[in-house]
Design a protein around this ligand. Structure first.
Ligand code: PMP
Length: 281
């Protein structure tokens, strides 16, 4: 079955769809995006993702190319045309097409691309063994709260991790504190039933899975501390995990070659994995 994407007003085979070379997303990464998990035909926390998209657009002064309701209708149509049930949806809005110039004129029409990706089963993290992460310097810009399509620093960090047979890179600020992962939020369990993550500010993306995990933790009487932790604290933690829309709650058993806890998935992380999977069901 051909994969169909929505690109600037029409539904196209993804291999034939095209963007103009003077689209500012292509030339300047002048745009924002969202990735939303699809489980059993349902887009997980769609409203939160669209709220964050709205915030990202507002922060960089791009207008919605159409109403939020119309974007939702296109998401549903992309899912229908591709017969997707499990996977994820990608939404990208760029400032649009104009003659190449660093500063942008007013009144350009934003570009909108929406397409989906099938994945076998979103329950992966329930069976996970735990992944490895490495740490590396956070060389990103000062507005990581905006979900910008400018992802070069994260591309390099993640590739560095993969070369070291790790699945994620934790990014360290100049004081040795973990801000977040290249494409996920970072968490430790300093003691059982207590979870700790970086507070929301311009150094991190306010993850939708992070937000959902906080709500689920509170329901389970797990204490949530929003305070930065150092890489050394992380290595000494009882447990560690990451959260993202594609990996959900993903246990971490090794950081920079140091085993975390006893190298098995800990009980607090297990509780959160189960809560998140139950929530999605
Ligand atoms: N931080 C960064 C830098 C990310 O790229 C992502 C995933 N896009 C996240 C955190 C997790 O966000 P979410 O839970 O909304 O997927």
């Amino acid at each position: 079955m051909p994969k169909i994407a929505f690109v600037n007003g029409s539904y196209r085979n993804i291999h034939k769809a095209s963007i103009e070379i003077e689209d500012r997303g292509f030339q300047f990464a002048d745009g924002v995006y969202e990735v939303i998990a699809l489980t059993n035909d349902v887009l997980i926390d769609l409203d939160f993702h669209l709220d964050r998209l709205n915030r990202s657009l507002t922060e960089i002064n791009i207008k919605w190319p159409m109403s939020r309701e119309s974007v939702m209708a296109i998401c549903a149509e992309v899912i229908r045309r591709n017969r997707l049930t499990q996977g994820s949806l990608y939404i990208q809005i760029t400032r649009g097409v104009t003659a190449r110039d660093f500063s942008y004129p007013n009144g350009i029409k934003p570009s909108l691309v929406i397409y989906g990706r099938r994945s076998r089963n979103n329950q992966a993290s329930s069976k996970a063994q735990g992944i490895k992460v490495i740490s590396t310097r956070d060389i990103r810009w000062g507005r990581c709260d905006i979900k910008s399509i400018s992802l070069l620093a994260s591309v390099l960090a993640k590739t560095q991790a993969n070369h070291k047979i790790a699945q994620e890179a934790w990014l360290l600020n100049e004081d040795g504190f973990v801000t977040e992962g290249a494409s996920s939020n970072a968490w430790i369990v300093p003691r059982p039933n207590v979870i700790q993550t970086h507070p929301v500010n311009s150094s991190i993306l306010s993850g939708i899975t992070r937000l959902r995990t906080i709500k689920l933790a509170q329901e389970q009487s797990i204490k949530v501390i929003e305070r930065p932790f150092s890489i050394n604290e992380a290595k000494k933690a009882k447990e560690a995990f990451l959260t993202s829309s594609t990996l959900f709650v993903q246990p971490i058993v090794n950081i920079d070659g140091s085993q975390i806890g006893d190298g098995e998935i800990g009980s607090t992380t297990k509780t959160l994995i189960k809560s998140y999977l139950d929530f999605m069901d």
